[in-house]
Design a binder for this molecule. Structure first.
Ligand code: FAD
Length: 120
């Protein structure tokens, strides 16, 4: 059997989930209505409680709830939300000792493809 026939471990689940989460920001409205923002805020609240890696979920909840308020979801536009998700992912990258991603490029990675045409 190939790897993909097996139940996902934390890494595999994480990769798939980041694909989903960044794609969610890539398809978010350029300017979001109050209703969209409310829906996304509840999604993030539910997601961070239900994500099926419990330790990951708890850390993610705590990161969002940082007392400074600096990690609260920013949902007014695609640009804000995409940047916020990139910062959220970088917080996990730091925790795991992985390289941080330069958030100026989140949109090329997840929405438009790279300017050099490597996704064409
Ligand atoms: P991933 O981190 O899965 O990244 C996939 C791709 O996203 C990369 O190849 C890169 O192209 C792109 N990318 C990387 N960083 C960014 C960024 N900042 N912004 C935009 N794009 C980026 N694992 C644990 O072991 N412990 C945890 O506590 C933990 N918490 C997690 C919490 C959440 C909410 C999620 C979704 C996952 C969590 N994971 C955790 C899984 C972990 O983040 C990785 O997904 C996993 O280790 C596989 O890593 P990877 O190196 O394949 O790349």
């Amino acid at each position: 059997p190939t790897q993909t026939d097996c139940p996902p471990d934390v890494e595999e689940l994480g990769r798939s989930t980041w694909t989903f989460l960044h794609t969610l920001t890539a398809t978010y409205p350029t300017t979001a209505s109050t209703e969209k923002q409310t829906q996304m805020r509840s999604f993030l609240g539910l997601f961070s409680n239900l994500y099926p890696c419990w330790a990951c979920a708890e850390d993610f909840r705590n990161w969002m709830a940082d007392p400074s308020g600096k990690n609260e979801p920013r949902l007014s536009s695609r640009a804000e939300f995409g940047q916020w998700m990139c910062e959220a992912h970088n917080a996990v990258n730091r925790k795991l000792g992985k390289k941080e991603f330069d958030c100026r490029f989140w949109e090329e990675r997840w929405r438009t493809g790279w300017k050099d045409g490597r996704c064409d």
